[in-house]
Design a protein around this ligand. Structure first.
Ligand code: GLA
Length: 392
């Protein structure tokens, strides 16, 4: 072979090698592999959209050294996406959401949002405190749900990013004026999201009030550990550390009883596929068209306890929920109806996502036998919940 041809061949080979390297890098980036592993955790901010009233909404992207990535919106404190690896290291976004602000404003079923001031339901939107009766919005049939017409899920939160050695986070603050959504007292609220090096999202909530009031905050993320938009959640194996629950009436309000789960299709003390009993003829399940119940957690003390564990057998992805709260709402996505198109462009059919909402019991202000949700001036409301991700 003439030397010029050899040089040409050599050059062609070099070009091919470079091309292959570039393609490999691009592929690994597309798969979400930890391209930034060497640089430590990071947090970046981008404009996400503008609300009809002109308020700007940002999206913060938190990334840890394993390549886990979490997007948080300043609107509703929404966990917009959560990218975690499966057992082979393949990343997927495991939370339901949208890729644009108008869908969150107009269509969202509380996807990823902070629910408050009172997460879950209050019967007929009514409660009495200090001898005075308050009438809240009835935005869920005859009842109040998740803070009313414009709850914390629809507010723009002040955001402050922070970075520590092995974690990165976002502090969100919102002051709800006295009388907002007809709740008494100015409520100064903070929710701190921290993404840790061991693939946990930690949520630290705190609040103070100017007058006696009620408060119950949670995060309303829907999960599908197969990846959002990738089928149903029926095969997920769920375990909830609760031996009792609060049965509901026809409007999904607790009857006031605290009942044993033993012998019912709602018992998840042993890991069981969500789909195994979801269509049971049990009156409790028929009432809510699936699971939509408050579990009374078996607590060992006042600290963080493992409340629930979910394993998705195909991907091997595991979600554990730790909380210091007395209750956990397990909701099997019964109201999803296939009309919403999610972040990845796929429709969300019924039961394509589930929620595990750490909380005080629904309608507590109207049940003296439930733990109190009253917050008084001078006291600080504090609670922590962790979503821990792994794969097996
Ligand atoms: C909560 C409620 C459900 C439903 C969803 C939102 O999980 O318990 O009944 O309202 O929020 O659709």
């Amino acid at each position: 072979m003439p030397s010029s041809a050899r040089t040409r061949n050599g050059l062609a080979t070099a070009v091919r090698v470079v091309l292959v390297a570039v393609v490999a890098l691009a592929l690994s980036l597309a798969a979400g592999f930890p391209a930034q592993a060497a640089t430590g955790p990071s947090i970046t901010k981008k404009h996400f959209g503008t609300l009809p009233d002109g308020k700007k909404v940002d999206v913060y992207t938190l990334r840890n050294t394993n390549g886990m990535r979490v997007n948080i919106l300043t609107y509703g404190g929404i966990l917009q996406s959560i990218e975690v690896p499966d057992s082979r290291g393949k990343f997927a976004n495991v939370t339901l959401g949208f890729d644009n602000l108008p869908d969150y404003v107009n269509k969202s079923l509380y996807f990823g949002a902070i629910a408050g001031r009172y997460a879950n339901r209050i019967a007929k939107g009514r409660f009495t405190l200090g001898g005075k009766t308050y009438q809240l919005a009835t935005n869920d049939g005859p009842n109040h749900l998740h803070g009313g017409d414009k709850g914390f899920d629809k507010r723009v939160w002040q955001a402050q990013p922070f970075k520590r050695n092995d974690s990165v986070g976002l502090e969100l603050a919102y002051t709800s004026p006295n009388g907002e959504e007809h709740y008494p007292g100015t409520l100064r609220t903070k929710v701190v999201y921290t993404l840790t090096h061991d693939n946990r999202i930690r949520m630290d909530y705190s609040a103070t009030t100017g007058r006696p009031t009620i408060v119950n905050l949670t995060n309303h993320a829907y999960f599908n550990l197969r990846g959002e938009g990738n089928g149903l959640i029926l095969g997920h194996r769920l375990q909830i550390n609760a031996s009792r629950y609060t049965p509901i009436d026809k409007t999904l309000i607790p009857t006031g009883k605290v009942a044993q789960l033993s012998g019912t299709p709602l018992d998840f003390r042993r890991p069981t596929a969500i789909g195994e009993r979801v269509n049971s003829k049990d009156q409790q399940i028929v009432r809510s068209g699936g699971y939509d119940h408050n579990y009374v957690l078996d607590r060992r003390g006042h600290g963080l306890d493992l409340a629930a564990r979910v394993v998705e057998p195909d991907s091997g992805r595991v979600l554990e929920v730790f909380t210091d709260q007395p209750g956990l709402q397990f909701y099997s996505g019964n109201f999803l109806d296939g009309t919403l198109r999610g972040t990845g462009g796929h429709l969300y059919p019924k039961r394509s996502g589930f929620t595990l909402e750490s909380q005080h019991f629904p309608d507590s202000p109207n049940h003296k036998n439930f733990p109190s949700t009253v917050l008084r001036p001078g006291d600080v409301y504090r609670t922590t919940t962790i979503y821990a991700f792994s794969a097996k």
